[in-house]
Design a protein around this ligand. Sequence first.
Ligand SMILES: Cc1cc2nc3c(=O)[nH]c(=O)nc-3n(C[C@H](O)[C@H](O)[C@H](O)COP(=O)(O)OP(=O)(O)OC[C@H]3O[C@@H](n4cnc5c(N)ncnc54)[C@H](O)[C@@H]3O)c2cc1C
Ligand SMILES: *[C@@H]1O[C@H](CO)[C@@H](O)[C@H](O)[C@H]1NC(C)=O
Ligand SMILES: *[C@@H]1O[C@H](CO)[C@@H](O)[C@H](O)[C@H]1NC(C)=O
Ligand SMILES: *[C@@H]1O[C@H](CO)[C@@H](O)[C@H](O)[C@H]1NC(C)=O
Ligand SMILES: *[C@@H]1O[C@H](CO)[C@@H](O)[C@H](O)[C@H]1NC(C)=O
Ligand SMILES: *[C@@H]1O[C@H](CO)[C@@H](O)[C@H](O)[C@H]1NC(C)=O
Ligand SMILES: *[C@@H]1O[C@H](CO)[C@@H](O)[C@H](O)[C@H]1NC(C)=O
Length: 530
Amino acid sequence: MKFRNPPVLLFILSVLSLSIPWTTAGTVSIDGFLQCLTKYPHPAHTIQESIYTPQNSSFQSVLVAHINNRRYSTAATPKPLAIIAAKNESHVQATVLCAKHHGLQIKIRSGGHDFEGLSYTSDVPFVILDMFNINSIDVNVADKSAWVHSGATLGEVYYAIGTKTNVYGFPAGICPTVGAGGHFSGGGYGFLMRKYGLSVDNIVDARLVTANGRILDRKSMGEDLFWAIRGGGGASFGVILSWKLKLVPVPAKVTVFNLTKTIEEGVTDLVYKWQTLAPQLPKEVFLRAQPQVKNIDTKGNKTVAVSFIGHFLGTSDKVVALLNESFPELGLQRKDCYEVSWVESTVFWAESPIGTPIEILLSKPTEPETFYKGKSDYVKQPIPKHVFDSIWKKMIEIEHIWMDWNPHGGRMSEISESATPYPHRAGNLFFALYYSSWYDEGIEATNKYVSFTRELYDMMTPYVSKSPREAFQNYRDLDIGANQDNKTNFETATLYGRNYFKGNFDRLVRVKTMVDPLNFFKHKQSIPPL
Ligand SMILES: Cc1cc2nc3c(=O)[nH]c(=O)nc-3n(C[C@H](O)[C@H](O)[C@H](O)COP(=O)(O)OP(=O)(O)OC[C@H]3O[C@@H](n4cnc5c(N)ncnc54)[C@H](O)[C@@H]3O)c2cc1C
Ligand SMILES: *[C@@H]1O[C@H](CO)[C@@H](O)[C@H](O)[C@H]1NC(C)=O
Ligand SMILES: *[C@@H]1O[C@H](CO)[C@@H](O)[C@H](O)[C@H]1NC(C)=O
Ligand SMILES: *[C@@H]1O[C@H](CO)[C@@H](O)[C@H](O)[C@H]1NC(C)=O
Ligand SMILES: *[C@@H]1O[C@H](CO)[C@@H](O)[C@H](O)[C@H]1NC(C)=O
Ligand SMILES: *[C@@H]1O[C@H](CO)[C@@H](O)[C@H](O)[C@H]1NC(C)=O
Ligand SMILES: *[C@@H]1O[C@H](CO)[C@@H](O)[C@H](O)[C@H]1NC(C)=O
């Protein structure tokens, strides 16, 4: 592995080694850390304006602006000693080096959508390295590429592409407030995945800051590290500054639709057929099934309604004809379809009404809305029909739960399991997100809904992947094995590591051992060095 150091960095590193004594392991000095930050040359922005401690009046608002899950925004949630909202890469380098020298753990945060809050909580003293200020996007249509800084949201990425071209897009996730930093480093799936694969299958370069404070790009980091950060989770390897995306062609108009049927309307038969049909449809069709609980009357009777949410890279006439032939039971008609540009289809997926101005993609949350728990599963064999009845029954009992069932197949089956750390490729019918969310405060409500979610997950055990029971690393779930922030146990890491990465876990461990042998970049589910 070759490291190329720009001259200014060599200067920074030598200043640091002269002026900052190493502290003994275990002692934590926040004052020393903060002083250390200012000792660096910061050519673009002074670092003072990036530092928030609890004394700053906006500390709390900056902290919660990028917390997505209210479960990790309670009085009991451990708070950072400081937030460094870096404005320039020199701030990132200084934060990494000073934290290391002062025995502080850093949590790297981009969009803050980690299901388990790992980007902004820890059970040891820590600071947040917040990336939201480093969010510029440079779309180059002639080159069919875009450089995207980690603090950009998916909505900003879609907007930046969509305002420059209507014949290119990018395959990534559905929620516009998710951050590029966590999303791309964890895989990134969305409605273009059957045609183009995951985000990571279309990322061609990246820049990151290592544990030694060096800035590397694809060429200087080498193919092993570049492989690892495309699906293995960035936070085990370094701080990703930016990604280079390869844009993908899309028609000027795409078709979207959303048809919902209840149990009473025969949805069980539809879903039973959907599970083997959707993965075999042409790559241009993405047909998600989304079961959720619905009231049938005002007397409290409930049912399950499954929405079949579709995206087609082509005209409505074509998709209606295609589904009329292969899935007539769904009853899709032209009047159910909307022909919109690709960027408008991202607004549709974000659940805004057709016709909403695309500026909605730029809106930013100011605090978390709901408490939630998510889990994931991969389905390889058709689920027997009667099992769907049990799923509906359990969902109605839980009520505050919905699922997303996303078909695989198409491009997903053509990419080898080891091409990226994301191993769930050929052989999957679909993967499932279990997502319960609630507004009731307090630990009792949390315990209730979390255990309901686990009950549904347990009920599904016979019908999903086994040994390992595969899980999607972007849908972080601490139930499948979690370490303490101050101690990474290899056996525990092997549990979640195999579920998320299967055989790729071993290569991730080798890369980790090579680039961060002292395990500076760690969290409850990070990749351990040997
Ligand atoms: C409402 C919602 C909808 C979602 N929809 C989708 C979807 O459609 N498709 C999909 O694939 N996923 C989806 N996800 C999951 C999402 O992709 C992951 O939660 C992702 O990790 C979030 O990225 P973030 O930057 O917002 O999160 P963060 O919480 O900031 O980070 C997540 C993880 O990445 C690390 N990290 C963040 N930035 C960096 C960086 N710059 N360098 C190194 N490490 C970093 C963090 O330390 C943490 O471990 C969704 C999540 C939510 C909450
Ligand atoms: C936070 O307060 C400190 C001390 O008053 C100040 O130096 C710093 O600039 C403040 N940070 C921000 C982001 O305003
Ligand atoms: C940081 O500042 C330098 C010098 O002005 C500039 O070249 C670079 O683009 C900046 N980086 C970021 C991420 O803002
Ligand atoms: C890690 O932290 C926990 C509490 O957060 C503490 O009980 C434990 O002793 C610590 N372990 C080590 C190895 O420091
Ligand atoms: C609706 O609820 C009422 C009262 O509990 C019950 O008598 C009735 O059978 C329910 N109807 C349906 C369709 O389940
Ligand atoms: C669907 O197919 C049937 C026969 O296969 C045909 O009669 C009908 O017109 C088609 N409907 C649409 C909307 O294409
Ligand atoms: C699809 O319809 C369901 C049921 O009305 C709704 O809850 C969901 O938000 C819709 N999804 C999209 C993407 O329009």
